[in-house]
Design a binder for this molecule. Structure first.
Ligand SMILES: [Zn+2]
Length: 159
């Protein structure tokens, strides 16, 4: 299948553009203080560092007996690298369903904590979720208690 003259011209123009780009890149890389050369240098350092870390990790694994070379070779051939097998993780249920709280384990949780707590002030058993407001009232502190106190005071003034 021969190319038509128009296709050939396009191909040639494309190749010339690519060649021009490669020449420019080469020129910029020769200026060691230039941005292109510095970028390539930094990137190379990062890749070298990653390779170095993997080499150390495999070395440590083999030396401590956690890993063995046969397994490493096998993984390299398979292209997976990592020793952990990919485990299918089931998608998590959304943590909060409207009107019906579900914790991270999927257990349904009541909207307020229902464990009974004894009030240290009056000794009554109170649901844990209602403990803070109860204690506020019971000990005469907080917004509600001071509002009630204000009401009592103004009632006394009126009478
Ligand atoms: Zn109380």
């Amino acid at each position: 299948m021969a190319l038509k003259p128009a296709q050939l011209a396009f191909e040639e123009a494309l190749l010339r553009e690519r060649l021009k780009f490669v020449r420019e890149l080469k020129e910029q890389l020769q200026d060691e203080e230039g941005m292109v050369a510095q970028t390539v240098k930094a990137y190379t350092a990062v890749v070298d560092d990653v390779i170095h870390n993997i080499a150390l990790e495999v070395h440590r694994g083999v030396q401590t007996g956690v890993d063995d070379l046969v397994d490493v070779h096998h993984r390299l051939a398979a292209g997976t690298g990592s020793s952990q097998q990919a485990v299918a993780i089931p998608p998590l249920a959304p943590p909060v369903v409207k009107g019906n709280m579900v914790d991270v384990f999927g257990n349904v949780v009541p909207p307020i904590a229902l464990d009974q707590v004894a009030c240290p002030s009056c000794g009554r058993k109170v649901a844990a979720g209602r403990f803070a407001p109860h204690l506020e009232k019971c000990m005469g502190r907080g917004r509600q208690a001071s509002r009630q106190a204000n009401k009592r005071i103004s009632a006394m003034d009126l009478s």
